[in-house]
Every structure is written in structure tokens, then in C-alpha cells.
Ligand binder design. Structure first.
Ligand code: HEC
Length: 137
């Protein structure tokens, strides 16, 4: 009897857990903080990326609002060149969760699981691109 009760409780707990995971994926956007995003960007992305120079990955000066695979002088994979998306809050969030799922064959093998960190870094990239656009005008 006790064993059955335990089993029921366990299944219930797992079901609830899955529900929460599902909800976190579709949760309404959480606020990103560009200030926090700047230092997170250095720590999480800085090994491969910089804002104003192509390194292992392409520079991020104008990423937000531009098409994927559009930085001149960077040798993208075929997967990224053919990826038909414009980078915004939604597409960047999807990309950072799992680049290979979005563009199978991409050379970016890095995933950022923390939702708040993604939002912060995306807010920072947006700020950087908007500042770059304002300078051109
Ligand atoms: C281990 C190295 C590495 C890390 C760490 C990394 N990236 Fe990348 N990233 C790459 C490479 C390489 C590419 C180019 C991929 C290709 O051509 O398939 C890329 C491409 C991208 C692109 C597409 C840019 C474009 O011009 O279309 C974005 C956006 C991006 N990375 C954001 C990030 C962010 C934000 C982080 C940190 C949270 C990060 N990356 C961390 C290596 C990395």
C-alpha cells in the first residue's frame, strides 16, 4: 500500500516538473538588463566573440536587427550562411539555447541554458547595435 502511494506521489511530482519546464520555455519574455549583459557577454561569449573584431566567431557590432551570416569578412559555415533569420529577441533566444537545433552543422557549439543570462546578453547586443546604427546616421 505504502509502495503504491509512493509511486503515485512520485509520478505526480515528475508530471509537475515537466509542466514547469514546459512553462519556462513558453513564458513571456523576461526583462533583460543590458548592464549585466555587458559583463556576462565578456565572460560567456568573449572567448570566441568581440563586439568590433571577427575572431573565432563573427563580431557583434550590428548583430541585432541584421540577417544571420551577414558580417563581411567572416568565413561562416554553410549552415549559418543559409540560415534565413533576422536577429532579434526571439531568434537570438532560440539560437543561444541551441545553435545546432536552429542551424544544423553550425560551428558554434556553445549553449546558454540560463534564461535570465540570455535575456541580459540579448539586451546588451541590442543596445550595442542601436548605438552603432545611431553613429552611422
Ligand atoms: C566556443 C566559441 C563560441 C562561443 C563561446 C560563442 N560563440 Fe557565437 N559563434 C561562434 C562561431 C564559430 C560562430 C559562427 C558559426 C558558423 O559560421 O556556423 C558564431 C556565431 C554566432 C552568432 C551568429 C552571428 C551572425 O553574424 O549571424 C551569434 C548571434 C552568436 N554567435 C552569439 C553568441 C553569443 C551571444 C555568445 C555568448 C552567450 C556566443 N555566441 C558564444 C562561436 C562561439
Amino acid at each position: 500500500m505504502l509502495a503504491i502511494l509512493c509511486a503515485v506521489l512520485l509520478v505526480g511530482a515528475i508530471a509537475e516538473d515537466e509542466q514547469q519546464n514546459f512553462e519556462s520555455k513558453v513564458s513571456p519574455e523576461i526583462e533583460g538588463d543590458a548592464g549585466r549583459g555587458e559583463s556576462l557577454y565578456q565572460r560567456r561569449c568573449g572567448a570566441c566573440h568581440s563586439i568590433d573584431q571577427n575572431r573565432i566567431g563573427p563580431k557583434h557590432q550590428n548583430t541585432f536587427g541584421s540577417k544571420a551570416g551577414a558580417v563581411e569578412g567572416f568565413a561562416y559555415s554553410k549552415a549559418l550562411k543559409e540560415l534565413d533569420v533576422v536577429w532579434n529577441e526571439v531568434t537570438l533566444d532560440e539560437w543561444l539555447q541551441n545553435p545546432s537545433a536552429m542551424a544544423p552543422g553550425t560551428r558554434m557549439g556553445f549553449r546558454l541554458t540560463d534564461e535570465q543570462e540570455r535575456a541580459d546578453i540579448i539586451a546588451y547586443l541590442r543596445q550595442v547595435s542601436e548605438a552603432a546604427a545611431a553613429q552611422v546616421e
